[in-house]
Design a protein around this ligand. Structure first.
Ligand code: ADP
Ligand code: MG
Length: 255
C-alpha cells in the first residue's frame, strides 16, 4: 500500500477517499479528492456553499456513488452492490441538517428502528438501548413523544441518538445546526462536543468556526470540489497559507 493509505501510526484510516470524483452533469462537485479520517479524531470540513462538502460526505458513505476513485472503510475498498457496502452503511452514521426522523414513530422507536431491522435486536433490548442513548443526549423525558412535539434542537439530538444506536465506527454530520436558531445550536454542539471527548470518530461539515476551532483535531478547507488546505484548526483558521482560505475565514469573522 502507498504510504498515504495509512495514518501516521500505521493503522488504516477509518474512512478514506482516494482520488474521489463525483459529477452532476457538467458540474464536478468533488474533484479527485483524497482525504483520510483518523480513528478517534474530529475532522471539520469548512468551505463556501457549493464547494462539494455534502457530496464528499455522501460519497464517504456511498449515498452517492463516486464516478472515479475509491472509498475505503477500515482499509477495505467499497464498491456498489458489495457486502462491504452493507457493512459500511451499518457502521457509518449520518446526521443531516433536516434531522430526517420518521414522523409517525415515537422518538425511542426512531432510535431503535435500525438495530431492530438491520441487526434483528429484539424490541425490548432495542428499546432499553434507545432509552439509554436518549438519556445520553438529554432526552430521557421525550422517549414516548413524536418528533413533531420536539424542538429542532431536540429533534437533532434524537437524530444523533439514532446514529449512535448502530455503534458507529464513524459519525458524519452535514451542517447539523444550520436549521437551528442560536440557542438550539448550542445544545446540539454541546452533545457533539461530549461525543468528541469520548473519542468518537467524527466528520463534521459545519459553518460553526468556533466549534471547529475548539473541537476539531483537523480542519479541512474545501473549494471547488478540492481540498485547498488542511491542518490543525489554529493553522487553517487563524494562519492559513492559501489566499482562498484566508479570504473565507476573513469573511466569516473567524467565528
Ligand atoms: N443531486 C445533485 N444534482 C445536481 N447537482 C448537484 C447535486 N448535488 C450537488 N450538486 C452540485 O454540486 C456542487 C456541490 O454541491 P454540494 O456538495 O451540495 O456543496 P456544499 O455542500 O459544499 O454546499 C454544487 O454545484 C451543487 O449544485
Ligand atoms: Mg452542503
Amino acid at each position: 500500500m502507498p504510504p498515504e493509505s495509512e495514518s501516521p501510526a500505521g493503522a488504516p484510516f477509518v474512512l478514506e477517499a482516494r482520488g474521489v470524483t463525483k459529477r452532476f452533469g457538467a458540474v464536478t462537485a468533488v474533484d479527485a479528492l483524497s482525504l483520510g479520517i483518523l480513528a478517534g479524531q474530529v475532522t471539520a470540513i469548512l468551505g463556501p456553499s457549493g464547494s462539494g462538502k455534502s457530496t464528499l460526505l455522501r460519497c464517504l458513505n456511498f449515498l452517492e456513488t463516486p464516478d472515479a476513485g475509491e472509498v475505503r472503510f477500515e482499509g477495505t475498498p467499497i464498491r456498489a452492490r458489495d457486502r462491504e457496502l452493507d457493512r459500511l452503511r451499518a457502521r457509518v452514521g449520518m446526521v443531516f441538517q433536516q434531522f430526517n426522523l420518521f414522523p409517525h414513530l415515537r422518538v425511542w422507536e426512531n432510535v431503535a428502528l435500525a438495530p431492530r431491522v438491520v441487526r434483528g435486536v429484539p424490541r425490548a433490548a432495542a428499546r432499553g438501548r434507545a432509552l439509554e442513548l436518549l438519556a445520553r443526549v438529554g432526552l430521557a423525558d421525550k422517549a414516548e413523544a413524536h418528533p413533531s412535539h420536539l424542538s429542532g434542537g431536540q429533534q437533532q439530538r434524537a437524530a444523533i441518538a439514532r446514529a449512535l444506536a448502530m455503534d458507529p465506527a464513524a459519525l458524519l454530520f452535514d451542517e447539523p445546526t444550520s436549521a437551528l436558531d442560536p440557542e438550539l445550536t448550542g445544545e446540539v454542539l454541546a452533545v457533539m462536543r461530549s461525543l468528541a471527548t469520548e473519542g468518537r470518530t467524527m466528520v463534521v461539515v459545519t459553518h460553526e468556526v468556533g466549534f471547529a476551532r475548539a473541537v476539531a483535531h483537523e480542519v479541512v478547507f474545501m473549494d471547488a470540489g478540492r481540498v485547498v488546505e488542511r491542518g490543525a484548526p489554529a493553522q487553517v483558521i487563524d494562519a492559513p497559507t492559501q489566499e482562498r482560505t484566508r479570504r473565507f475565514f476573513a469573511a466569516s469573522g473567524r467565528g
